[in-house]
Design a protein around this ligand. Structure first.
Ligand code: UDP
Length: 335
């Protein structure tokens, strides 16, 4: 069977490609515009089962062609990272809205099973943790650019449900909660690669705000196997499911864990949000998935595993030479 992975050269996409090549006999077609994705993420894969297309998900004809040759589609291509959204609001909106509509419309022609990547950002600044899929979404005003990402992803989800309900499209939506791991770059502001790079360089770790905000970090290896299982499970079609580990960590604790784990002399500096992201910035204070539905559908949910995440992210930046001080499997304390 042939599987299309949009955004397959990106951080999560390339791990999904690894997983599919390892766990299935499928032929994989990657579509990526290499804006935030990178050919380096796929360079280790030498197989005639993989084809890489350089192209834009906003190109409806290209999408129609690629989807018509596919037996399943994972739609991961998107403008990602708070910094990318804040700096490029128009192209981010267009990629995230038009790209998804093109994929869903094309998949409808043959009823091709489709996975749509959504985000925990969907819950906005709701404080009703843990977030269940049916919970209310709480956003700030349209003058605050950050919320355009959540709004576009919410529109994508509405589109997915509409295609499912009106055209019987077998589509499942996964809401990713701060997926992290090797190959994620700090270039777009993501916190774990940023902190690890700062700690290894002996620079201050830039904790935004007072650092009490929480995130539920989820290892990319768990995220991609869940992604595959969800698309493979007919009971999940027409559903939206949280994909995350239900154990939040504060950003202050994360920074301390990174310093500890890298045995770094770096110190923590608190940076006001406005300085980091510009004026009128708003920040979700807490983020934690309710994984009841994920467990019901798949029978399992990821465990919080900051130790493994930090080990893997540090390891790839130190050529396997762990910084002194700790063995790779030693526990990292996060309160
Ligand atoms: N953050 C931080 N310092 C950084 C980058 C991010 O303190 O250099 C914070 C950010 O404000 C947020 C959390 O870390 O509270 C996670 O940020 P990220 O951009 O990784 O993901 P988000 O959850 O904001 O989408």
């Amino acid at each position: 069977m042939t599987v299309l992975v949009t955004g397959g050269a990106g951080f999560i996409g390339s791990h999904l490609v690894d997983y599919l090549l390892g766990e299935t006999t499928d032929r994989i077609v990657v579509l990526d515009d290499f804006s935030t994705g990178s050919a380096d993420n796929l360079v280790h894969l030498e197989t005639d089962r993989l084809t890489v297309e350089d192209g834009d998900v906003r190109n409806a004809d290209l999408i129609a062609d690629l989807v018509s040759d596919a037996d399943a589609v994972y739609h991961l291509a998107a403008a990602v990272g708070v910094q990318t959204i804040v700096e490029n609001p128009l192209s981010s909106l267009r990629t995230n809205l038009e790209g998804t509509e093109n994929v869903l419309e094309a998949a409808t022609a043959d009823g091709t099973p489709t996975f749509l990547a959504s985000s925990s950002e969907i819950y906005g600044k709701s404080e009703a943790v843990p977030f269940a899929e049916t919970d209310d979404r709480v956003y700030g005003p349209t003058s605050t650019t950050r919320w355009s990402y959540a709004t576009a992803k919410a529109a994508d989800e509405f589109l997915a449900f509409a295609y499912h309900d009106e055209h019987d499209l077998p589509v499942v939506v996964g809401r990713y909660f701060n997926i992290v791991g090797p190959r994620q770059t700090g270039q777009y502001g993501m916190v774990i690669p940023t902190f690890v790079e700062q700690a290894l360089a002996g620079e201050d770790l830039t904790v935004y705000g007072d650092g009490t905000q929480t995130r539920s970090f989820t290892h990319v290896a768990d995220a991609v196997s869940i992604t595959h299982e969800l698309l493979d499970t007919p009971a999940a079609h027409g559903e939206v499911v949280n994909v995350g580990a239900p154990d939040p960590t504060s950003i202050n604790d994360l920074a301390e864990a990174v310093i500890d784990r890298t045995d770094s002399d770096s110190v923590i500096t608190h940076v006001p949000f406005e300085e980091a992201y510009g004026p009128d910035f708003e920040e979700p204070d807490q983020r934690e998935p309710d994984v009841t539905k994920l467990r019901e559908i798949l029978g399992w949910a990821p465990e919080a595993d900051l130790d493994r995440i930090l080990h893997d992210v540090i390891h790839e930046r130190t050529d396997g030479e762990q910084p002194t001080g700790q063995a790779p499997d030693e526990e990292v304390t996060t309160q």
